[in-house]
Ligand binder design. Sequence first.
Ligand SMILES: [Zn+2]
Length: 80
Amino acid sequence: MKEPDITEYRVCQHYLPAIINGDYSGMEEDDIEKLDKFLEDFDLQEGHFDCDSDEEASFERCEICKLMGDVITLRWVQMK
Ligand SMILES: [Zn+2]
């Protein structure tokens, strides 16, 4: 089996239901725009997003909204 290529991003927890499950409910228009912009760079035919549900969030700058927030690691897993 080929090894996957994994890229990590630090992103706000509140984006995860949308990213992982496609669940955009309860999201602000503004947040959806920022998320869609971030997701533009990924081809879902080539990989998928993953995260560790046990990870404790830490207060850091988010790579999607560029603001400080409760951030966890999002992994982009791509098969080479
Ligand atoms: Zn954020």
